[in-house]
Design a protein around this ligand. Sequence first.
Ligand SMILES: Nc1ncnc2c1ncn2[C@@H]1O[C@H](COP(=O)(O)OP(=O)(O)OP(=O)(O)O)[C@@H](O)[C@H]1O
Ligand SMILES: [Mg+2]
Length: 141
Amino acid sequence: MVQDKIIKKDCITMDLPTNPEYVSVARLTVSAISNTIGFNVEEIEDIKIALSEACANAIRHSQKDTFSLHFEVEDGKLTIQVSDQGVGFDAKEVKEPVVEEMKESGLGFFIIESLMDEVKIDSEVGKGTKIRMSKFLEDNK
Ligand SMILES: Nc1ncnc2c1ncn2[C@@H]1O[C@H](COP(=O)(O)OP(=O)(O)OP(=O)(O)O)[C@@H](O)[C@H]1O
Ligand SMILES: [Mg+2]
């Protein structure tokens, strides 16, 4: 009998207040999880920056008191989902950053996309925002 390979997935969920003080909790948590999967120091630093940007967006833009983090740990892969049930936004309104006009803001999504392997952003005005990002171990790419 041919048996399908069973892919084990561990899930961790946490809700955080939309207070910048708690970004450090998110960073420490993802650092520990990434270390367990086997990411190296540079990769863990990249994951922490990407997660911090997503948390900063929920904190700054959602207009809600809390937001959620969901981590999915698979063999050689980490997926992080950052979601809020806040004001949301219209993706058509968000412009790509222009290098010549690099200013202090509007870079969060650009940074996340450049540091993670897969990124999916879902947002609906009045409903909230969900960003899902994955990173693979080098051997699993
Ligand atoms: N969780 C969210 N809720 C509501 N709107 C959001 C959310 N995340 C992003 N946005 C919208 O998308 C825009 C682009 O986000 P992005 O992170 O790229 O830039 P920024 O947050 O404006 O600036 P920066 O991240 O560089 O400080 C934001 O200005 C905001 O309008
Ligand atoms: Mg941002």
